[in-house]
Design a protein around this ligand. Structure first.
Ligand SMILES: Cc1cc2nc3c(=O)[nH]c(=O)nc-3n(C[C@H](O)[C@H](O)[C@H](O)COP(=O)(O)OP(=O)(O)OC[C@H]3O[C@@H](n4cnc5c(N)ncnc54)[C@H](O)[C@@H]3O)c2cc1C
Length: 381
């Protein structure tokens, strides 16, 4: 269990308590089986929606809870600690609502946002393409205006919730002017011409479906353009700045779960006549794991508090994502070590945690890209 949290008010404490109950009773018991079978946790997202957890940082006017980011992220951490695929999904959903919440007109918000924040609709965020990963501005999915519609053609790659989501916040090319030729469309899953690839066969996070999203003469109404034409790349990057704080929180939750498992095992496993936790070699390993978890948590909270106060937080968000996801990789690897041979089997969750820890170092900007963002900030441009 993490150290007692320092939350801003009793309302936030109550919310975290509720989240811990849901995580313990409704998520954790199902995680291993769903992950083993690659079963998407749609029902669990409905439960989060009914519990008011799918719109936490957004305005109450549109069905959100207007909570500070530092509270939202701690809720997210608890969810990820119980089930990483659901935590990542909650983070992706929250990010996919950002474009409409921040850049939509009041009319657009009133029409779609309450269902998105209220849990009736699950979101996806579609930026990457097979030839446009780290260099996302090279994307080529094209939207051509035709009357009251855009006609969209192209293929998005690696889309979390592909084929499961109800809406796709999609970055498309509306002109050849590089990153200034990209626009953002809110695409309904039922749009004719929208199709999905087979789920990617991944190393971990197998409960979270990842597919290509294909557009073949898909007609999307011009009323679904979010922000102005050409603003899409800026919107996508701003959403990612906050989104990667969500990934940092998920990584901390995963690392905390691995640490808890390692401590529990080391207390009850005896060798040479005593519990292995009494050997300094194990004790120091666990101490380093705890230091990594708690310092990563402090790092994302610092970035979130800057965001909540309206201060620049770009560098801090990239640092949080880099530090927390690298820490989760180390902590989950060390958790397997603490469990010895048992840790290498599927009888214990730590081998799954290790597999799940790899991808947060890759998505929402690889950790190489985070270093570029940090270095660019240090250079001052
Ligand atoms: C499970 C999963 C879920 C995902 N979900 C989504 C999603 O929901 N929506 C979405 O839009 N995308 C999603 N992605 C895509 C993800 O964001 C990309 O995989 C990521 O941005 C990296 O792109 P890439 O895989 O093409 O790698 P590449 O860009 O081809 O990178 C290959 C390697 O080169 C390095 N590299 C690239 N450029 C540089 C540079 N300039 N300097 C130093 N090193 C560099 C990278 O760090 C990496 O190590 C997901 C990916 C995965 C695996």
């Amino acid at each position: 269990m993490p150290a007692e949290r320092l939350l801003p008010d009793t309302e936030s404490e109550d919310l975290l308590k509720l989240t811990r109950e849901i995580a313990r009773d409704e998520l954790a018991p199902l995680a291993a089986e769903h992950e083993e079978l690659g079963r998407f946790p749609r029902e669990q997202f409905r439960l989060l929606g009914r519990s008011g957890l799918l719109g936490l940082p957004y305005p109450e006017k549109w069905g959100g809870s207007a909570l500070p980011y530092e509270v939202y992220l701690q809720v997210l951490e608890e969810v990820a600690s119980a089930w990483m695929s659901v935590g990542v999904g909650l983070s992706v959903h929250t990010m996919s609502c950002y474009a409409l919440a921040e850049h939509g007109t009041d009319e657009q918000r009133a029409r779609w946002l309450p269902d998105m924040l209220g849990g009736d609709l699950l979101g996806a965020y579609a930026l990457s393409e097979s030839q446009a990963g780290s260099d996302a501005a090279a994307l080529s999915t094209r939207a051509r205006p035709d009357g009251d519609d855009y006609v969209v053609n192209g293929t998005k790659a690696w889309i979390t919730h592909g084929g499961q989501a109800d809406f796709y916040t999609t970055m498309v090319r509306t002109s050849d002017d590089g990153s200034r030729g990209i626009s953002c469309l809110l695409v309904d899953a039922a749009t004719p011409g929208l199709g999905f690839g087979a789920p990617e066969k991944k190393m971990g996070l197998t409960g979270s479906t990842t597919t290509q999203v294909r557009f073949e003469d898909a007609r999307v109404g011009t009323g679904r353009l979010l922000g102005a034409e050409g603003q899409g790349f800026k919107i996508a990057l701003t959403a990612l700045n906050s989104g990667r704080l969500g990934i940092a929180a998920c990584a901390v939750g995963l690392a905390q779960a691995a640490l808890d498992e390692a401590v529990a095992y080391a207390k009850q496993r005896s060798q040479f006549g005593r519990a292995v936790i009494e050997f300094q070699g194990i004790e120091f390993l666990l101490a380093d794991m705890a230091a990594a978890v708690e310092s990563s948590r402090a790092t994302y909270l610092e970035a979130a508090r800057r965001r909540d106060r309206g201060l620049p937080f770009l560098r801090q968000a990239s640092i949080a994502k880099l530090v927390a996801t690298d820490a989760a990789m180390r902590v989950t690897t060390d958790a397997v070590q603490v469990l010895g041979g048992a840790g290498y089997t599927r009888d214990f969750p730590v081998e799954r945690y290790l597999r799940e820890a790899k991808v947060p170092q890759i998505f929402e900007g690889t950790n190489q890209i985070q270093r570029m963002v940090i270095a660019r900030q240090l250079r001052g441009h």
